[in-house]
Design a binder for this molecule. Structure first.
Ligand code: IMP
Length: 392
């Protein structure tokens, strides 16, 4: 049984990581974020009550869980304060005991947001200042949380009570056998090094980002879970080979409520891309996959899985980050029969419609990684466990 689990987006973000982290957090002592900032939008639903988190880790709704914002995250102090106040208003206690912010995380300033809005339209960024803040970090012109507090800025007094040396903290927590969840933001294909550059975010959203974004050794990560939707979505610009610009795409968008949690933008929808998921499994060393939103596909007569790209009359069988190919290829599909039944109330793999089971099995075969959880709705109870050996 793993002690420390990484939960990583296997596609373009919005795979449902927030729900899965919240589900796993019941048994975790710590949830730690290592990358990104308030470009993320993690939607959690408990007792029909929805909470959208952008910066605070998704363990915050569990009493006694320590939530860490690591050094690899970029922090907009105003947004952090708003999020703390919003949760407090909802009756969720946020104190220095359950939220800790790294002194080495970099600060998003007003100028970063302005620059993001002015210069990054062609990329379709979330315009939250993420890229420019990381640019200043790399240029050694950034301001860290510790510097911001020392300079006595607007939110520094409140912020300072949450600030600690999180590298020391997390290593101590690991050494005392606490159960840790490493919460990824965005997804593998948005990773600055391994994604569809330049249509990516400005941090490492893959497992590798955990070591630098929190200051721990690679051997401390016991297991990597990849979260993948049963189809694919992308918000913002950039290639999406399996994109459906037809009625089926619209249907998936409507039923799946595919609108961005951060910007409200409609998400582009398409079939599952097995090449992409297999690539994610490789770069993250995935041990298992969590397949989300399977319920959205109920009622479709046929379901397709992309198993190759046809480009200039050649069939490509491995994923590529060459945007020219991704934008101009024709997906090669395998077609499976769909299922009519709604999945509401199903608790066990064996209760699923035969064709849904076949779909899951085929995905496992194609990406060569077992599926350990299937999610069939936003609620905590809409979660089917297939292989509990991958969970706490
Ligand atoms: P940025 O991270 O705001 O710079 O945006 C870069 C790209 O990543 C854009 O296509 C965004 O739409 C996308 N992006 C950033 N964060 C998320 C996320 O949490 N979910 C999905 N897409 C995201």
């Amino acid at each position: 049984m793993p002690k420390n689990i990484a939960v990583i987006g296997a596609q373009f973000g919005d795979e449902g990581k927030g729900k899965i982290i919240d589900f796993l957090a019941e048994k975790a002592d710590v949830v730690a974020r290592f990358n990104g900032g308030n470009n993320a939008g993690h939607t959690i639903e408990v007792n029909n009550n929805q909470t959208i988190l952008h910066l605070i880790p998704s363990g915050i709704l569990h009493k006694g869980t320590i939530n860490i914002i690591g050094n690899g995250v970029v922090v907009d102090p105003k947004v952090l304060m708003e999020e703390i106040n919003g949760l407090t208003d909802k009756g969720v206690k946020v104190t220095p005991d359950n939220l800790v912010v790294s002194e080495n995380a970099h600060i998003i300033l007003e100028k970063h947001i302005k620059e993001d809005k002015e210069k990054n339209k062609h990329l379709g960024t979330t315009a939250r200042g993420i890229g420019p803040a990381y640019t200043d970090k790399a240029a050694r012109a950034g301001i860290r949380v510790v510097d911001y507090i020392n300079q006595n800025n607007e939110f520094s007094k409140t912020l300072s009570s949450f600030v600690k040396n999180t590298t020391l903290l997390i290593n101590n927590l690991i050494n005392t056998d606490k159960k840790i969840l490493f919460e990824g933001a965005q997804g593998t294909l948005l990773d600055i090094d391994h994604g569809t550059y330049p249509y990516v975010t400005s941090s490492n959203s893959i497992v590798g980002g955990i070591c630098t974004g929190l200051g721990i050794g690679p051997k401390k990560i016991d297991e990597a879970l990849g979260v993948a939707k049963a189809y694919t979505t992308r918000v913002g610009n950039g290639p999406l080979p399996t994109e459906l610009k037809d009625e089926t795409g619209k249907q998936i968008q409507d039923i799946g409520k595919e609108f961005g949690a951060t910007t409200g933008r409609p998400r582009r929808c398409g079939w599952l891309d097995a090449l992409m998921c297999k690539y994610s499994a490789m770069v993250n060393g995935l041990d298992a996959v969590v397949l989300t939103k399977l319920d959205v596909l109920s009622g479709l007569e046929k379901i397709k899985i992309c198993i190759g790209y046809k480009y200039k009359s050649k069939i490509i069988k491995e994923f590529t980050t060459d945007v020219e190919i991704l934008e101009n290829c024709e997906p090669v599909y395998e077609e499976l029969s769909g299922w009519k039944e709604k999945l509401d109330g199903m608790n066990d793999f064996n209760e699923l419609p035969e064709n849904a089971k076949k779909y899951i099995k085929r995905i496992e075969e194609l990406i060569e990684v077992p599926v350990c959880i299937v999610s069939i709705g936003p609620g905590r109870d809409q979660t089917i466990i297939l292989r509990k050996e991958f969970l706490f």
